[in-house]
Design a protein around this ligand. Sequence first.
Ligand SMILES: [Cu+2]
Length: 243
Amino acid sequence: MKRAVSAMVLMGLGLHAAMAGAGEKVAMPDPTASWNHLWYHVLLDLLIIGIIFLSAGLYWVWKYRATRPNQIGEGPKLSKIGAISFAVVPAFLFMADDFYLAAKGWTVWNEYRNVPRNAMEVKVTGSMWNWAFEYDNGVSTSFMPDSKEGEGLVVPVGKPVVLRMTSTDVVHSFFLPDYRVKEDLMPGRVTYLWFQPTKEGETIATCAEYCGNRHSFMWTKVKVVPQAEFDTWVAKQKQGAGA
Ligand SMILES: [Cu+2]
């Protein structure tokens, strides 16, 4: 019994140390990659811990099964230390993992709070129930979810984008699911989030804080285009505004 418990602990700790070591090597400039990495880490940890506990459970179910009808079972006698370890060791395994993941999450969050110097800045205003974007070159766009009119957020690929955000009415939250980033918007305050558009194409951002009747319709297109196409788009928007 004691041997089974210590084998379980050693296996768990060994695997975890190996995984922790592997995690340290990953560079984390892109918040999307960092959050993804952390998420896969959580899944892997749960899988390993799950397999360890499930195997131990199944083994004991098999070992202490009834072998004849009306058998009165008798549990193994544990020493005091055995009994205490039986409760403390699995709890410690879980907690060590929780603390490790919490610390990792804290690290990713702190890194993510630093905006790259070369980031393109876009001002975002959330209102019940749409989004408006203002670029520092003077271009401004919006998106009307009902009519699907408006350009939404257009950004060039490969350049970090920082959104400086505020709200005109209630609390909203700008959520970019494909980029794993989300931040609240409040009246009278400017909050920010940044992301690294690595792939061309269209995705969506949606409000993630309940803000009234049409909250679920409060979304916008987010388009990632090549730099040249972005420059042409900016020129066209400026022309449109001037005309
Ligand atoms: Cu909202």
